[in-house]
Design a protein around this ligand. Structure first.
Ligand SMILES: [Fe+2]
Length: 333
């Protein structure tokens, strides 16, 4: 029987992979607001240092758990998929994939989105997956009435697999030597699956792991969030929303986490959307989208761990993004 050995979740905002000396350069590209305090370079450095400590904790926990495979919940932001065909759920069932470790494009400063970064051993990596186990998860979910898409290979090899899967692992599994299966949940672009649907998915994944005839040690990862609405000039950080999410992590109550998120299923949490942040620009609202929508990846991970209290390693409010950078794990005997 396979064994669930660890669940982890963390944010993957570009600010976690960009030197803090550049944070205010990026921050300067949009207006300051009362809701979003200015932070000095020293304060930014202190925040960055906290995130290094948090990443190290997740790295160490991963090393100690010795998983044979990691199932990673993440989302696509027009990296593999296009709006010509955008799945709600999808799993990678191939043997391996490639992609940029952190950034597909040069730099993360205003106006720098020009052309792909050169593919060198420093920037580009090939990652093993686990086709047999991924197929077991795929079949198990379809049998449990989840209609998910599958990928035997990358749809867009030039871009490589998305940021959600490689960015956190570049710090947590820096050698990329643990087979990692990308599992896509549409988080960013409406209409997304509800958090309760995602909760049920996570519970089903737990069942599939526990019923697997393989003797794999399985870790599960949730990548993205917490609160951030990139691209909107009125962005601010809703720390209250994030704290309530983290309270659900600590209590081990993933259903409460999903209910907290789904409170805004039909009506946006805030009307500051002068632009299209809340539904990712599709005009089809179904719950919180944009970067904050990635909290669904945490809910899926929390649902796999449902009933086990989690540990919040840290929560760093990066106002210059703004993004709530969270780090958490759940351990099992
Ligand atoms: Fe993201």
């Amino acid at each position: 029987m396979a064994k669930l050995v660890l669940v982890e979740a963390c944010s993957h905002t570009p600010f976690l992979f960009t030197e803090p000396s550049k944070w205010n350069v990026i921050r300067n590209a949009r207006p300051t607001s009362e809701k979003n305090p200015w932070t000095t370079e020293e304060e930014n450095q202190a925040m960055w240092d906290r995130t290094r400590v948090a990443f190290d904790v997740l790295k160490q926990k991963m090393e100690e758990a010795k998983p044979d495979v990691i199932l990673c919940f993440g989302d696509d932001q027009i990296e593999q998929f296009e709006f010509s065909n955008f799945p709600g759920f999808a799993i990678f069932v191939g043997e391996d994939y490639e992609g940029y470790k952190t950034f597909a494009r040069q730099g993360f400063v205003p106006g720098a989105r020009k052309g792909f970064t050169e593919k060198t051993p420093e920037t580009w990596v090939k990652v093993p997956a686990n086709a047999a186990f991924a197929k077991e998860v795929a079949v198990g979910l379809v049998r449990r009435d989840f209609d998910l898409s599958f990928m035997t290979e990358e749809a867009n090899k030039e871009h490589g697999i998305g940021h959600a899967f490689l960015r956190p692992m570049s710090n947590i599994v820096p050698d990329f030597n643990i087979p990692t299966i990308p599992f896509y949940i549409n988080c960013f672009y409406g209409p997304q699956p509800s958090a309760n649907r995602v909760y049920n998915l996570g519970r089903a994944v737990r069942e599939i792991i526990e019923n697997s005839d393989s003797d794999l040690r399985v870790a599960v990862f949730g990548s993205g969030g917490l609160w951030h609405t990139p691209g909107n000039p009125e962005s601010y950080l809703n720390e209250e929303f994030d704290q309530e999410s983290l309270n659900c992590v600590k209590s081990g109550d993933a259903k409460a986490f999903a209910d907290h998120f789904d409170r805004y299923l039909t009506e946006p949490i805030d009307n500051y959307a002068s632009g299209t942040w809340i539904d990712g620009g599709t005009g089809m609202y179904n719950g919180i989208g944009s970067g904050t929508g990635e909290t669904r990846n945490w809910i899926a991970a929390a649902a796999v761990a449902d009933g086990t209290p989690g540990t919040v390693v840290d929560y760093v409010p990066i106002y210059s993004s703004p993004c709530g950078a969270g780090f958490a794990y759940w351990e099992f005997d």
